[in-house]
Ligand binder design. Structure first.
Ligand SMILES: [Zn+2]
Length: 463
């Protein structure tokens, strides 16, 4: 009997973890960290619902930390099987897990220094050694290759067009009656015609599907994000202020650099000093360049002809702490791109504390801001937010462009779903805030799918 248990990304976009089990073989699809609301983050610290030593393998849809960031924790608590992913996901995953371990260590250090922790000593969720142990387990597979995990179970990765290396995971198994069954995990679904990335591959059939719903109830809007970006950069340059862009280091930052380079080439914006203040973004950009064979045709052709697709005219990667701190004195005009994208940690917090109280500053959000994050609070008009224990006033201009999202909106998802010649007989809607997942399930049900929104830790038999 095959079954699936939903161990994360239920009622939230974070903590993706789905346990597929058949004939006693257990494979965990994604191993993400919970982020955002405290009640969710506490799950990272609770005892994992199943013994990690009993999991036979992990397969990752892509490298984002809400899909990979719990991996070192299960390795620390007993998991020792293979971690399957595409090559680019393995390359990006390595730097992301080390960075995540570093952030965990920093958080614990900070809590101890400031006496935040109620315990005598705050410990990190995992440390660099745990992340390194997890990295040792990576087992990259090419796209479209069928890997036999047991005599009866196989997995395959197909391009999902969400970030470099992102994949749909197809799990196939032989049921007791000899019938072949197919379960598709959408991971995060990308958007068509996104810079650098190939379009999401079409899937024509499945028996079961687990689908994301980040934008289950929303549309990205008609306007091209490039037009908005050009306007915001020009206005910020006219004000002679700093444009602060909180950005995911992996994926979003590269798409942003690609687009700014294009805007400079067409002279729609003045060439400004641009600082990428995130060592991880700097490392990720190198992986993007190295793995150009995973890029779409347009980017690959530019690269073959010698264009550095991420190089704007006046670009600096500020890798050292000293270089980062020197940006405190930078008053603009110019652009600082820094992580984390939802303002949950990282160097961006120092820049916010330093620049958000200045009315010449612009803060531009280009990604989804989950409930409970500082990003969401600022977007919803908070007059101040707490950073490192202090209240910081929000005096800066606030801008938001949703079109840079690496997630398909619901219309784009439905366009992708039209590829199904044989619809799955059961679809599970995950990876969305509850109302978005429910709205997505309603729309699916109205379009001939049979959809449900699973609850946290719910197990469903796949028959
Ligand atoms: Zn993602």
């Amino acid at each position: 009997m095959a079954k699936i248990q939903f161990l994360g990304a239920t009622g939230t976009t974070t903590g993706s973890k789905f346990l597929f089990e058949h004939n006693g073989f257990k494979i965990l699809i994604d191993c993400g960290l919970f982020q955002g609301l405290k009640q969710l983050r506490l799950r990272n610290w609770a005892k994992f619902p199943i013994n990690p030593a009993e999991i036979d393998a992990v397969a990752l849809t892509h490298a984002h930390i809400d899909h990979t960031g719990y991996l070192p924790r299960i390795v620390k608590t007993g998991f020792s099987g293979k971690v399957y992913s595409t090559k680019s996901t393995a390359d990006l995953g390595k730097i992301m897990l080390l960075d995540s371990a570093h952030l965990q260590e920093e958080d614990a250090k900070w809590a101890n220094k400031k006496g935040f922790s109620k315990h005598s000593e705050a410990l990190p969720l995992y440390d660099k050694k745990d992340a390194e142990a997890a990295i040792q387990l990576f087992h990259p597979l090419p796209y479209e290759h069928t890997e036999q995990l047991t005599e009866n179970i196989s997995i395959r990765f197909r391009d999902a067009g969400h970030i470099l290396g992102s994949a749909f995971i197809i799990v196939e198994w032989k049921a007791e009656n000899g019938e072949k069954k197919k379960l598709v995990f959408s991971g995060d679904i990308g958007r068509p015609a996104t810079p650098i990335l190939r379009d999401p591959s079409l899937i024509t059939e499945a028996d079961f599907m687990v689908i994301e719903s980040t934008y289950g109830n929303r549309l990205h809007g008609e306007e091209h994000p490039k037009v908005d970006l050009a306007r915001i950069i020009r206005e910020s340059a006219t004000r002679q202020g700093v444009l602060l862009i909180p950005s995911f280091s992996v994926g979003r930052t590269q798409a942003l650099l690609y687009t700014i380079r294009e805007l400079e080439e067409t002279e729609e914006i003045p060439p400004l000093p641009i600082f990428v203040d995130s060592p991880m973004a700097s490392r990720a950009t190198k992986v993007f360049k190295k793995n150009w064979s995973d890029h779409d045709l347009e980017s690959a052709l530019l690269e073959v002809r010698g264009t550095d697709i991420f190089r704007t005219r006046n670009l600096k990667f500020t890798d050292t702490t000293k270089e980062s701190m020197a940006l405190n004195d930078f008053r603009g005009p110019g652009i600082i791109i820094s992580a984390s994208g939802m303002l949950s940690g990282g160097r961006i917090l120092h820049h916010l504390a330093n620049k958000m109280p200045h009315p010449l500053t612009t803060i531009l959000f280009i990604g989804y801001q989950a409930k409970g994050t500082r990003g969401r609070a600022i977007l919803e008009g908070a007059e101040s937010v707490k950073i490192h224990g202090n209240r910081v006033a929000v005096k800066a201009h606030i801008e938001n462009i949703s079109g840079f999202s690496a997630h398909a909106d619901y219309q784009e998802i439905f366009a992708w779903l039209r590829g199904f010649e044989k619809k799955p007989k059961q679809t599970f809607v995950v990876h969305g805030e509850q109302e978005y997942s429910e709205s997505m399930a309603e729309k699916l049900n109205a379009n001939g799918f049979k959809a449900m929104v699973p609850e946290y830790c719910q197990t469903v038999e796949l028959v």
